[in-house]
Each structure stands twice: as structure tokens, then as C-alpha cells.
Design a protein. Structure first.
Length: 109
């Protein structure tokens, strides 16, 4: 991932604050050997609840009850679909019906 590009994009769209952006650009030189100061600065924002391909769209939230919920409703769109697919394809009965080796399945990113 182009970390510099993502950081600039998120800051330019007001997803991260000026302070967080300034700390990241001061602490990181955006190469593979960035140290702990950069990691700490990057940890100031969590992209887990930001869908980088659609920063304004709903995201899937992992609730304490173990279920997944959309952050907000958009008719005809469910951002949690990927989690349903994972659960379905990891069901031993489904794997048996598909005649595949019973194993932990994970999608590609």
C-alpha cells in the first residue's frame, strides 16, 4: 500500500486531523525502514473502520455481541457481506457439500 498516498488522501478528505497528519509527516519517511515513532504516529488513526475505496460509505462494525452491523443504512448495500461469506465458506457442512478439504478459509485482499 502507498502509505504516503493514503495518508495524504485521508487528510485531504478530512478523515484525519491536521495534528495527526503533521505528526505522521514529521515522524515518517514512508519507506520500509520507518521506526517506532512512525508506527506510533500512524496508530493515531485507525483505518479499520474506513473503507479506503469509499471513505464516505458505510462500514461493517464488529459489535461486542460477536455480530456485524453496518455503520449506517444505505438501501441495497450491506458492507458486512464479506463477513457472511467467510462464515458460510468456513461452515464444515458447506465445505463437505463442495467436496473441498475442511480448512479455515480466508478471502484475498
Amino acid at each position: 500500500m502507498n502509505t504516503k498516498g493514503v495518508t495524504d488522501f485521508l487528510w485531504g478528505h478530512a478523515v484525519i486531523s491536521d495534528e495527526v497528519y503533521a505528526n505522521i509527516t514529521k515522524s515518517c519517511n514512508f519507506n520500509l525502514s520507518d521506526g517506532s515513532a512512525c508506527s506510533d504516529a500512524m496508530a493515531a488513526y485507525d483505518t479499520a473502520n474506513t473503507l479506503l475505496f469509499d471513505i464516505y460509505g458505510p462500514v461493517c462494525i464488529d459489535a461486542p455481541d460477536g455480530k456485524y452491523y453496518p455503520s449506517h443504512y444505505v438501501p441495497g448495500y450491506d458492507p458486512c457481506t464479506g463477513y457472511y461469506i467467510d462464515a458460510y465458506l468456513n461452515d464444515p457442512e458447506v465445505q463437505k457439500a463442495l467436496h473441498v478439504r475442511t480448512t479455515k478459509w480466508a478471502g484475498c485482499t
